[in-house]
Design a protein around this ligand. Sequence first.
Ligand code: MEV
Length: 329
Amino acid sequence: MAVSSAPGKVYLFGEHAVVYGEPAVPCAIERRARVEATQRSDSRVRVHAQDLYLNGFSVEYAGPADDRPTVATDQSVLDLGMRYIDGAIDRARDLADQPEVGLDVTVESDLPLGAGLGSSAAVVVAGIDATARELGLELDSEEVANHAYKVEHEVQNGEASRADTFCSATGGAAKVEGDSCETIDAPNLPFVVGYDGGTGNTGELVAGVRALREEYDFAASTVESIGDLVRRGEHALDAGDVDELGRLMDVNHGLLSALGVSARSLDAMVWAAREAGARGAKLTGSGGGGCIVALDETEDTPTALGYTPECERAFRAELDTEGVRREDG
Ligand code: MEV
């Protein structure tokens, strides 16, 4: 049996624009997905997934994805989750040169699925690492990041950057620009996350921004403006200027709204955080629903979010400097 975990992330800046080669700064947070992989004596693959924000599901199959049984839960969320898990298992089996080997795989996650906290990247990173190790193959974190990116890229129909998977595999704060990914120094920022209980479909949201960008020059300029903002943000991060980081987060949220990826619930949480005195607040991840991230070292923002009807839960999130980690001793 091999068990690996990998952290989720928030975007300080730069989601969506990163897909077009602009820089982004994702930060790993201390909330993880854990994957346990155990080789079976037959060639079946059995996946049991327990997400604290879903009711959990269990699926057993032997053939290709089309033969899947129907399961009584939100089928679209289940399908999406299963495609990432399948992708990770298949990739690791291929890498270990054992494409037909049977496995029992258990997934547990502290991260809501499809809500902007990088749950899919964390599951894919931990899944590749655990499955590969169970099959006798040790990969370093950059190799895991690279293979996890390929899985996300495929599942999201080519609409993925390296940001989520790199950040989850290596931990800490990262700067991602095209194929260049590096870990950067960052203070432990006072992140507060607000979650509306909903999800966004990353592939569809990214495709929507792509269409807007192709149709309107102003949308293409908006994407470039996000890149300029991120470059400013890097200086603020270097200088430890939390006020400036907050101001830039506010602007970043406005630019993402202009690209059509915010939602009423996300805007409501962003405004609740700002009115409570947060240094800044923005949606995180692909948007459409899910999470916002705010900067506030006081209890005012978590308290205000707790009273915001659109917010299902609010919590503090510490920067996690550790990426993919073995949990089986
Ligand atoms: C999703 O977490 C972040 C996006 O920028 C897509 C990606 O980078 O792959 C929207």
